[in-house]
Design a binder for this molecule. Structure first.
Ligand SMILES: O=C(O)CCC(=O)C(=O)O
Ligand SMILES: [Fe+2]
Length: 243
């Protein structure tokens, strides 16, 4: 279980800080995870305008985590991510579960400052495209010594996208974490033109190639997608009253 993966085999595009691992978990593991997700009491779900979510691991505050132990069905998979990637400084202690209907998504955003800057996202159900958009403020910070670079756009990185197939694990960190916003469009058709992992993502798919991979320019979202966003909050508050 703890055999470490060679992550160099799974980096995408020119950014070494984004890693896509197809088939990280099996169909029966997916079924077990979905079973647990939907066994949670209705009160565990928080409904937002564009998705529903479950929060596991405790409450994240700006100053740290008010912890709650993760259930065993989650640590089984988060421990594997921790051991096989070797990218986290401590065992994963926080998991957000997002559920998206085919016309739902998540606005481009940057994850909060309380998290250690490595994110691992497990994808279940319908495939979606995640867009990475260079973060204007961050680019401005990086270039603050010479604003002319921003003005003429010479240093602006390109936006790109990643196709997230069921059973996959996506990891992003460092520049991909702090220099970009990430988001998922709230439309049931997703464009593939900026996708940097198309052949990797579709390699083991029997369902897709009625059209050849090269001809595919969009994917149709027909099903619900569930994702598990796994992270570490390093600052953990042991005692509520000292918070
Ligand atoms: O559902 C996903 O793949 C992304 C979720 C996300 O970005 C977040 O929870 O911060
Ligand atoms: Fe996020």
């Amino acid at each position: 279980m703890g055999a470490k993966l060679d992550l160099g085999d799974f980096t995408l595009g020119s950014l070494p800080t984004i890693i896509y691992i197809p088939n990280f978990f099996s169909d029966s593991e997916q079924a077990q995870l979905l079973n647990q997700v939907y066994q949670a009491p209705v009160s565990k779900w928080k409904s937002l305008k564009n998705r529903r979510l479950q929060n596991w691991g405790g409450v994240v505050h700006e100053k740290g985590l008010l912890p709650q132990e993760l259930p065993a069905w989650l640590t089984k998979i988060t421990q594997r991510i921790y051991e096989q990637t070797g990218l986290f400084p401590a065992p994963i202690n926080h998991v957000l579960i997002n559920e998206y209907l085919p016309d739902q998504g998540i606005m481009p955003h940057q994850d909060g400052p309380a998290y250690f800057p490595v994110v691992a996202i497990l994808s279940l159900g319908s495939p979606v495209v995640m867009n990475f958009i260079p973060h204007p403020k961050i680019s401005a910070c990086v270039n603050s010594a010479d604003d002319s670079d921003i003005a003429n756009g010479s240093n602006t990185p390109d936006p790109f996208s990643v196709l997230l197939m069921p059973h996959s694990l996506l990891i992003f960190k460092d520049a991909a974490y702090s220099g970009y916003l990430h988001g998922i469009e709230d439309r049931n058709v997703h464009n593939l033109d900026k996708v940097v992992n198309l052949s990797e993502a579709l390699k083991q798919e029997e369902a897709v190639p009625a059209k050849s991979v090269q001809e595919l320019d969009t994917i149709q979202r027909t099903d619900t997608r569930v994702s598990l966003t796994c992270r570490v909050v390093l600052k953990v508050h042991k005692n509520l009253f000292k918070f």
